[in-house]
Design a protein around this ligand. Structure first.
Ligand SMILES: O=C(O)CCC(=O)N[C@@H](CCC(=O)O)C(=O)O
Ligand SMILES: [Zn+2]
Length: 347
């Protein structure tokens, strides 16, 4: 079991697919007055004696090769364990896919970020470890929110990633479909304080982790893309300082000094289309170094899916997350168009 001096990430990587146990708390320790509970490999909760009104979920390694978010969570976890960072609010950390971290790959058998909201059990069911782990992670998030003290609470979830391609906006967040609920100014401001001034608005349900938290728990939840995928040790630390420091301040309950909301400080994009790979032969018709948020002219060829040619169909359509190697049936790219933040329904 975890030793008090052992690094939590190292412990997690030693237990790749979780730890089977009849105990709901595998390890518990009090650090000054903060309770630390380990619920599973990669799953740790910190609770102050009189928790503030936020229930914060920070997740990383839903994709195992996206190392910068893993380093950020590792630093925050160890800062709390060493007493340097004292939480004012409850916080759950999730290191989602340790086996994929250990092989330095996005996933072992299946993309975990397509397995939430019950997708893990659809089709052939729980046929691989990623599916089993996604189901377990759903239960930990549910338990974390269910165990909150009574009274008005605010649920937050930042699911941190890095992108495969370069990006014209280096950091950006995906605001999952809100089912018509207004977008939140404070959340846009918090993201901007993390260095993330660009937001994509999803126009429909997905099977991502962040949408799961929005839909099931009415959380303010986001997929946060913090830069480009790099191996451990190669992430330029100064690029992540704003994110790490803002999260530390949020956890500690420090004043964030977000100031007045100014729509002009936020770049907002609306998802136009999700283009799925449906055929064995699928190719992207632009180079591997074309960055996220590159705009195409109407009529330009974006992709070939079997015999179907897929063209940009309006001026200013930009591409995000292009990946020809996804499994058949999955999203191979999305297209977006920029809108003015003042057009949004904001509270
Ligand atoms: O760079 C890429 O192609 C993928 C980066 C990544 O993992 N993005 C997430 C976005 C999830 C969302 O739409 O909320 C993913 O594809 O799972
Ligand atoms: Zn990712």
């Amino acid at each position: 079991m975890l030793q008090p001096q052992q690094n939590f990430l190292a412990f997690t990587r030693d237990h790749e697919w979780g730890i089977e146990s009849d105990e709901s708390i595998l390890f518990s320790q009090t650090i000054d007055s903060i309770t630390m509970q380990v619920w599973d490999s990669g799953i740790v909760v910190f609770t102050p004696p009189n928790p503030g009104p936020l229930d914060i979920v920070l997740s990383c390694a839903v994709h195992g090769d996206e190392t910068a978010p893993i380093e950020i969570c590792d630093e925050l976890i160890e800062a709390i364990r060493s007493g340097k960072l004292v939480p004012r609010h409850r916080v759950l950390f999730i290191i989602a896919n340790p086996a994929a971290i250990n092989i330095g790959k996005r996933f072992v058998d299946e993309n975990m970020n397509r397995l939430f909201s019950g997708a893990h059990s659809e089709g052939e069911g729980l046929i691989n470890q990623e599916r089993v782990r996604a189901k377990a992670i759903e239960s930990y998030v549910a338990r974390f929110f269910a165990e909150a003290p009574s009274g008005p609470r605010q649920r937050l979830h930042y699911d941190m990633h890095t992108a495969i391609r370069d990006s014209a906006h280096e950091k950006f967040a995906v605001y999952p479909f809100t089912h018509g609920k207004p977008y939140k100014k404070r959340q846009l401001q918090l993201l901007a304080a993390m260095g993330v001034d660009t937001v994509l608005l999803h126009e429909g349900p997905t099977t991502t982790f962040s949408y799961f938290s929005v839909r099931q728990f009415d959380a303010d939840a986001f997929t946060v893309e913090l830069g480009k995928v790099r191996p451990f040790g190669q992430n330029p630390q100064q690029n992540f300082a704003a994110c790490r420091d803002t999260l530390a301040r949020l956890i500690a309950g420090d004043e964030l000094q977000l100031g007045e909301f100014d729509a002009k400080q936020h770049h907002i994009y609306q998802v136009q289309r999700s283009i799925n790979r449906t055929q064995q032969h699928f190719e992207l018709c632009f180079a591997d170094d074309v960055a996220n948020f590159t705009w195409f002219e109407a009529g330009e060829l974006l992709a070939r899916d079997g015999d179907s040619d897929i063209h940009a169909n309006e001026p200013g359509e930009a591409i995000i997350f292009p990946n020809a190697k996804v499994a058949i049936g999955q999203r191979a790219l999305i297209t977006v168009r920029q809108i003015n933040a003042e057009q949004l329904d904001l509270v």
